[in-house]
Design a protein around this ligand. Sequence first.
Ligand code: MN
Length: 259
Amino acid sequence: MQRRDFFQGSAVVAAAAVSGCAAPAAQQQRTPFAVPATFIPVAGSDQLFPVRRIYCIGRNYAAHAIERGSDPTREPPFFFQKPTDAIQFVAVGTMPDHPYPPMTKNYHYEAELVAAIGKGGRDIPMAQALEHVWGYTLGLDMTRRDLQNAMGDQKKPWEIGKSFDRSAPLGPIHTVAQTGHFTQGAIWLKVNGQLKQNANLNQMIWSVAEQVSKLSEAFELFPGDIIYSGTPANVGPVVPGDVIEMHIDGLPNLSVKVV
Ligand code: MN
């Protein structure tokens, strides 16, 4: 390849990356390393939802904020991300193995409503925010709590506690056309049949609409982004052998077995 061609190709890729679409230029070839894309099946259809980014909101139920040492009345929402390959898809009616991750002795469940973005935007007004949500599912924001706490104590990033492999088990996406929007309804989680988390979606400090609006002030949203909307109080540990079952009214339950 000519040096000049190389720079032309790079310029095309750079321009494409800025526009959010890093397609290779015609004269460029991909390396032989395949990087799989991440998809979430859509319930009741043959469609697959392509995942671009996973955003998560922290401390979004007052009782959970208090148990994590925050004042829920004064703090603006804050967000973190997980990598897309953290997703572990859990088909309805199955109970796949969920591997207990390395480096932790305090592995926690967090049951959460997940919103899937179908229309992007920046600075999305609250009143229009739900028009950007294409569907919903339920998911677990699995957390190496000891590592999260240790990093927090040192004022270091949370990634190692939150953004590790398979830290985002979730179910199939149900379209808004199928289910409507989720502003209230029971959300609960059981471990080995014993109720651990039990709350209502209407207890969120920041609603899904507010999350979409606030998030779009910090990041341009695109189709394929998903948002974990925070967990209620009473997070706690699991160990190998435990079965986690989670429920949100209007969605099929999700179950995994920790191994
Ligand atoms: Mn969470």
